[in-house]
Design a protein around this ligand. Structure first.
Ligand code: ADP
Length: 592
């Protein structure tokens, strides 16, 4: 039994100020508590407040400040941490060493995963710190209680470079930010600054161990992620373990096998290891370059070989990586210490019932707020909605045009040809589509820019080539369907986030998508677990088959559609489900 704080007069919790660009809390008058006891309500959480259409100040494409760039109420992450989590009996200290952490330094799912897993372990009673580079682009005001805690030196090419270590708290999670005094990590974004990225992460990996050594902090587990920190296990076992660090054991998570951290022997030598010592098949030689002159090393391979345990982000991706790709041989040899653990989503940051970025909150038992979110986004982007043209007066009728979103890095892995095909097909079917994406490749960027120029003035398609955490929350909340047509997808968070916000996923059956989305029309699936539309081929016909079925359900079977929306919102893709598997892995390698 839980209680839902309802505003009896349906007053709005947040309202634009007279300046037009400030969300301000309106004190709810006449509030009372309404009890309900449906299963799953606790997981979704009570709705922060119900919004009513009359009191929303609707955005428009001509607004001086786009609606996703307004100031939002600050997020009190502490208030939303699940309090009912059972504490583990034998708590340990875990330090994540990572290139990304949401929301301060997030490019894709890696950042979300580090934050979500760290929070889940904290709430189970463990001590967790996240170490990441102090990128110049990190906004200092997002780090609470930021303070310089140590200044020390770390090795680079025969010199000792001064390094500052700061401590702070990000959305309730303790962080240690490492700031070298050279040019590393300077620039406007997380990746792609004017410095050698590989050498910067090699330096960072060593600087984290050096910090542990100078401070005497010895966690039970050092959890490294991706190629960027793949050299840390080598540095640990071949250098720092012979110095004073004895206790830690190393766990590596591979979020995406696409990047191997290819490097030259001399580059490894720059961080103080003997690069030539790793140029063997058993250690870190990049097998693809055997016989080349010179052969290369792979930080990811070295990380796999030297870590005590290796995890990848879904059971299906684990199987895929054992069968294909040039690291398959190394992974097969490491089979005893290689695990597939599905990512979860961070329900503190992603909760439609409390989300500060949404114009109206909702949950699986009351999705009125979702309709408002859809109309809000449609209006803000100038998409036709049945509510259009009515000033601030919103009619009762909810827009019935299916709204499909796709929020992604625009890279080949994500099925770019199917995303561009979707634009055409969704238009033909009379739906609407919003793409929120950023391309790192200039050719892809210009292709999508061309498509944006072609469509963005029309009634049904919007292509937004930018990165916005705030807008992504609003789009998941607004969407009827979320599209993830990846060619391969280690886990995929987009489909899980979409589901949490009531968007039905349309996905290609690969990697973690196959582990989280179960086709509504597949007879062998248990009805209660079905939650989306799945296709297998990488051709347009296969894609159409899934999309067309989703549109048919949405238009012709409204009751069944409502049932699917409820089921997707009640899917438990949270870390509650899978953090325990990480704890088991940590426990299996930690020193008693
Ligand atoms: P990947 O890690 O391969 O990028 P995932 O689906 O695992 O893919 O995670 C992507 C994460 O990045 C999600 O949280 C998604 O919402 C977010 N994201 C991707 N592109 C953008 C963007 N342009 N703006 C805001 N968020 C984005």
């Amino acid at each position: 039994m839980s209680s839902l704080l309802l505003n009896a007069s349906h007053n709005l919790c947040f309202k634009l100020s007279s300046s037009g660009c400030q969300w301000q809390p309106l004190l709810p008058n006449n509030t009372h508590r309404v009890s309900f006891s449906r299963v799953g309500a606790e997981k979704q959480g009570p709705i922060a407040a119900l919004a009513s259409a009359e009191q929303l100040v609707w955005p428009s494409p001509s607004d001086e400040t786009p609606f996703w760039k307004r100031d939002f109420p600050s997020w009190n992450a502490d208030s939303d941490v699940p309090s009912d989590v059972v504490k583990d009996s034998d708590p340990m200290h875990v330090i994540h060493v990572t290139a990304e952490m949401a929301p301060i330094a997030k490019v894709g799912g890696l950042g979300d995963v580090v934050t979500g897993l760290a929070r889940a372990c904290l709430s189970r009673g463990h001590t967790v710190d996240v170490m990441l580079p102090f990128y110049e682009c990190i906004q200092r005001q997002q780090v609470v209680d930021l303070e310089l805690v140590s200044t020390y030196n770390s090795y680079l090419e025969g010199e000792w470079i001064p390094v500052n270590a700061y401590r702070g708290v990000v959305t309730g999670i303790p962080v240690i930010l490492i700031e070298p005094s050279n040019q590393f990590f300077k620039g406007k974004q997380v990746y792609g600054g004017c410095y050698n990225e590989l050498e910067a992460y090699l330096f960072f990996s060593r600087a984290c161990l050096e910090w542990m050594q100078v401070t005497g902090i010895q966690p039970d587990i050092i959890h490294v992620h991706e190629w960027q920190t793949g050299a840390l296990p080598l540095l640990y076992w071949d250098m720092y373990h012979h110095l004073s660090l004895k206790k830690p054991r190393i766990v590596l998570t591979i979020h995406n096998m696409e990047h191997y951290g290819e490097c030259r022997q001399e580059q490894i030598s720059k961080c103080g290891l003997d690069g030539s010592a790793y140029a063997t098949v058993e250690k870190a030689v990049d097998d693809r370059t055997i016989g080349h002159n010179p052969e290369r090393l792979s930080l990811l391979k070295g990380g796999i070989v030297y870590s005590n345990a290796v995890v990848t982000v879904s059971p299906t991706y684990l199987k895929e990586t054992l069968c294909s790709g040039w690291l398959a041989g190394t992974l097969i040899k490491s089979r005893d210490k290689y695990f597939g653990i599905l990512n979860g989503i961070d329900t503190t940051m992603w909760n439609p019932a409390t989300d500060a970025f949404l114009p109206a909150q909702f949950n699986a038992h009351n999705i009125e707020g979702k309709k408002l979110c859809k109309q809000y986004v449609q209006r803000g982007l100038g998409l036709i909605s049945e509510a259009s043209g009515s000033g601030n007066q919103m009619p009762d009728a909810a827009p019935e045009v299916p709204l499909v979103i796709c929020i992604t890095r625009l890279v080949p892995q994500k099925g770019l040809h199917l995303i561009t095909h979707a634009i055409k097909r969704i238009e033909e079917l009379g739906g609407q589509m919003i793409i929120l994406g950023k391309a790192s490749d200039a050719r892809v960027e210009s292709e999508f820019k061309h498509l944006a120029d072609l469509h963005n003035q029309g009634p049904s398609i919007r292509i937004l080539l930018l990165y916005s955490e705030e807008l992504s929350h609003m789009l998941y909340a607004a969407a009827d369907m979320v599209l993830v047509p990846s060619i391969y997808e280690p886990c995929g968070l987009s489909q899980m986030l979409g589901m949490r916000y009531g968007a039905v996923p349309i996905v290609r059956k690969t990697g973690g998508l196959a582990d989280t989305v179960f086709d509504v029309d597949e007879q062998s699936n248990h009805h209660e677990m079905t939650n989306g539309f799945v296709f297998e081929g990488i051709d347009e016909g296969s894609f159409n088959w899934a999309l067309d079925r989703a549109f048919t359900y949405h238009r012709e079977k409204p009751e069944e559609w409502t049932g699917i929306v409820r089921r997707v919102m009640e899917c438990d893709n949270t870390w509650n489900n899978t953090a325990g598997k990480y704890i088991e892995v940590y426990n299996s390698v930690r020193v008693a």
